[in-house]
Design a protein around this ligand. Sequence first.
Ligand SMILES: NC(=O)c1ccc[n+]([C@@H]2O[C@H](COP(=O)([O-])OP(=O)(O)OC[C@H]3O[C@@H](n4cnc5c(N)ncnc54)[C@H](OP(=O)(O)O)[C@@H]3O)[C@@H](O)[C@H]2O)c1
Length: 325
Amino acid sequence: MKFRTLGKTGFKISEVSLGTWQLGGKWGDPFDEKDAAATLEAAYESGVNYFDTADIYQDGQSEHAVGEFLKKHPDVHYSTKMGRKLEPHTPASYSKENLTAFVDSSLQNMNVESLDLVLLHCPPTSVYYDPTVFWTLDELKKAGKIQNYGVSVERVEEAEKALQFNISAVEIIFNMFRLRPAEHFFAEAQAANVGILARVPLASGLLSGKYTTATTFGKADHRSYNRNGAAFDKGETFSGVDFATGVKAADELKQRLGTDNLADLALRYILMYDAVSTVIPGASKPEQIIANAQAAELPAFTDQQLAIVQDVYDQYIKNPVDYLW
Ligand SMILES: NC(=O)c1ccc[n+]([C@@H]2O[C@H](COP(=O)([O-])OP(=O)(O)OC[C@H]3O[C@@H](n4cnc5c(N)ncnc54)[C@H](OP(=O)(O)O)[C@@H]3O)[C@@H](O)[C@H]2O)c1
């Protein structure tokens, strides 16, 4: 495993990390504590030292599992996120009172005295225009409850706006099917010493290349119920790519890159960008993170391979996905 610095946090984190949205089983399954612990251990054994969680994942059980894991492995780092529990999820609800309560609840859930990195969890766009939200985060930092803060964004423009504040890192969707952040944000982030957590690196599994147009997903899996954005931003599911188009594009990538295992290459591709601090693939079983950790060891892409990725993107994905986020 190789390591990179996560922006202003100064944390040296593994190039491949673990996203814990679906920790402890498949999306929608009841949370399984043993499965969760096994996945976290498998990641650690494979060299992973960074974990991305959120207060809302598995209703706090993901945070709790990472907290328990930290007791055994205090050397690891993590981000957690807050804001998506707000009902209604409005800009006004990002108040000092609510943010402080969320931080207190995450501290309790994870059983730690100070949180490594807290991200606003895809807040409404106008929150990026409300400095009082970020001043509250400054106060929480001063009080020692959090060590760093940042944002998890839907759109490139939100990420750019957030650079006005004292953020340490940005979590953003970036993968072979979502290239716009590299063109419009990475250089600015790097210049500001802001780390980048590349989320949804496999386009919700599409870029593993294992699905066919006949593949179905469980009822409680967002890949069933959020395909058209019924529950949250549709860009979070398959990176906003129409499923059949995504399968076709992934098949073409496999064929032209000459591989059956597209997941490895999809992760290695993201690491071609120096601005990226780490990729955070999710795993529905330990074997997946063990395999994903190997991606960091693959050789760099050749110019020819890079051109294939761009060509497939331009042909199948760019229009209209590029314009939406
Ligand atoms: N708003 C936000 O801030 C936000 C939103 C989304 C995600 N995230 C973070 O980003 C992380 C990653 O996103 P994600 O989990 O949604 O998407 P992802 O990493 O793009 O895809 C994860 C899925 O890919 C498949 N997979 C993973 N490794 C594989 C392998 N080696 N071989 C074959 N298939 C493999 C699995 O699908 P199967 O289940 O079908 O096996 C897995 O559930 C999350 O866990 C979370 O921490 C944050």
